[in-house]
Design a protein around this ligand. Structure first.
Ligand code: SF4
Length: 203
């Protein structure tokens, strides 16, 4: 048994919440097919208001007092919390080993990245479905079938990127052209949608 496993057993016996996962928000700008969070919650219409900064800090204080060591902060999309840096600073003062979980698809400023580097995270975990381009191609098809063209286009873009990284001998002839065609068609549809939405806007 590894040292960590031994520690986990001991803390379990002592009923210490050694490893804590805290979802700071259910809001998310993504619409993943596999997401277990209801759509309304992702749009910010959850069953309860989000915890305030002070409430989260209070929970962190309680966890520190109870002996928590590993702290994973997640969502939804955790970077949608405007008070994330304040929460992280508080968590750092409590000496947790902090991990952040994110889809990695929300633009984050250089200042935030610098802040995270200086804070010293235990881990920054990002979603990565696959390095297999055919998986992303298939996901793109699923998104398209459910009317989520923007997400479909994003998956086909990733598929093409993965094809570029693949050895030529691993690429089926015609697959790249087929994905390129679907991506082009999706972009045309999106442009039409945006144009129609722009025309519908009142002057
Ligand atoms: S990124 Fe995560 S929280 Fe957001 S929609 Fe996808 S699975 Fe759900």
């Amino acid at each position: 048994m590894s040292v960590l496993e031994q520690v986990l057993c001991k803390t379990q016996e002592a009923r210490i919440p050694f490893w804590m996962h805290l979802d700071l928000t259910y809001r998310c700008h993504q619409r993943c097919l596999h997401c277990y969070i209801p759509e309304a919650w992702r749009q910010g219409e959850g069953p309860e208001p989000e915890l305030t900064t002070d409430q989260v800090k209070g929970i962190l204080d309680q966890l520190a007092a109870a002996g928590t060591f590993f702290l994973a902060l997640s969502g939804g999309e955790v970077f949608l919390r405007p008070d994330l840096t304040a929460i992280l600073e508080h968590a750092r003062k409590q000496n947790f080993a902090i991990s952040l979980m994110t889809s990695g698809t929300l633009g984050v400023s250089r200042d935030i990245l610098r802040f995270l580097a200086e804070l010293g995270l235990n881990g920054l975990l990002m979603t990565m479905f696959s390095v297999d381009p055919t998986v992303h191609d298939h996901l793109g098809d699923l998104y398209e079938k459910t009317g989520r063209i923007r997400l479909a286009a994003a998956q086909w873009e990733i598929s093409l990127t993965e094809y570029q990284k693949s050895a030529p001998s691993d690429v089926e002839p015609g697959d790249v052209a087929r994905v390129e065609k679907k991506l082009e068609s999706a972009r045309v549809k999106l442009a039409k949608q945006e144009s129609a939405a722009g025309q519908a806007k009142p002057e």
